[in-house]
Design a protein around this ligand. Structure first.
Ligand code: 5GP
Length: 120
């Protein structure tokens, strides 16, 4: 189990393409790629290319409002691109109790199957 920290994460190597990933969307601010352990037919992670202290949502400051909005709006674009017309699930895990394992904020976009609520 990872502990919260400001150290570089595996996502830096994904951004630099040092570690390969299946990119489904990219612009100057946001990268979206397929999760290596998919929890559904579609499971995509959306991350800011520059972390800027945003290890997790709990560390958000006012300066992050634009990138937070972009992550969610991009999730909607990618959901459409992936054909998730029937719906999808957005998740941001935060901290140890939230099961966060990578301390570079990321939005999970999961779809292509029926979700359950409440989550475990
Ligand atoms: P968290 O548990 O922090 O919310 O989510 C981290 C996610 O990153 C997990 O779903 C995990 O499968 C994914 N992940 C971890 N390492 C890699 C990797 O090297 N490549 C990809 N594509 N996903 C990864």
């Amino acid at each position: 189990v990872a502990t919260p920290s400001d150290s570089p994460t595996i996502f830096d190597k994904i951004i630099s393409k040092e570690i390969p990933s299946t990119v489904v969307y990219e612009d100057d601010k946001v990268l979206a790629f397929r999760d290596i352990t998919p929890q559904g037919p579609v499971h995509i992670l959306l991350i800011p290319k520059v972390r800027d202290g945003l290890t997790g949502l709990s560390k958000a400051e006012e300066r992050h409002i634009d990138i937070l909005g972009r992550l969610l709006y991009t999730a909607k674009l990618v959901a459409k691109q992936e054909g998730l017309e029937e719906g999808f699930r957005i998740v941001i895990n935060d901290g140890p109790q939230g099961c966060q394992s990578v301390y570079h904020i990321h939005v999970h976009l999961i779809g292509g199957r029926q979700m359950n609520w409440p989550p475990g």
